[in-house]
Design a protein around this ligand. Sequence first.
Ligand SMILES: CC(C)(COP(=O)(O)OP(=O)(O)OC[C@H]1O[C@@H](n2cnc3c(N)ncnc32)[C@H](O)[C@@H]1OP(=O)(O)O)[C@@H](O)C(=O)NCCC(=O)NCCS
Length: 163
Amino acid sequence: MSDYAIREVSAGDVVACHAIEQRCFRPEEAASLKVMQQRAACFPEGFLVAEKGEKIIGFLNSGATHDEDLSNDRLKSCDSHDGTGPNLVVFSVAVHPDSQGLGVAARLLRDFLNRARLLEKKAVMLLCQPELVPYYARFGFRHLGPSGSRHGGVAWHEMKIEF
Ligand SMILES: CC(C)(COP(=O)(O)OP(=O)(O)OC[C@H]1O[C@@H](n2cnc3c(N)ncnc32)[C@H](O)[C@@H]1OP(=O)(O)O)[C@@H](O)C(=O)NCCC(=O)NCCS
């Protein structure tokens, strides 16, 4: 049995999540505190945190959309979030460096995929760096190939899981 819990975000968690976002992503890639607050407010059902004691050690956030085009950077903002959309787009998965390699992201992902099924979503999509393609494939994501997105000035790969 693990010593941390996965739960839906609350407003008071976002500063800690943002600190992890900043530790885990380069400045060009990391979402701002304001964007993360919007994500938590717009779609808390798609924003999960891993909590150990009183401390947030990782998180996953997402939005819902009717769009199928992952290279659309507009998807990352709440402007294009539509809770009725059948597709979920994962924006960030990040685990504090002190807690990496212990299966925290795996639990966040499994819990998130279960919740997506319960919400009767059709698919979950994400963009990742090429080295993480095999990792997401473990959870059933299919590699769709390189993405047109140049977010943060780097190459991304599209992955999708359909239910
Ligand atoms: C990727 C990340 C979320 C994984 O979190 P985690 O809780 O450590 O993941 P798990 O413990 O479930 O799985 C660890 C496995 O992830 C894979 N992995 C993690 N980072 C990797 C990398 N940079 N390259 C290749 N594989 C990687 C490995 O298979 C690793 O297995 P190992 O511990 O045996 O080496 C975490 O490393 C992180 O926050 N990284 C920085 C942010 C990031 O890149 N997020 C993903 C955006 S798409």
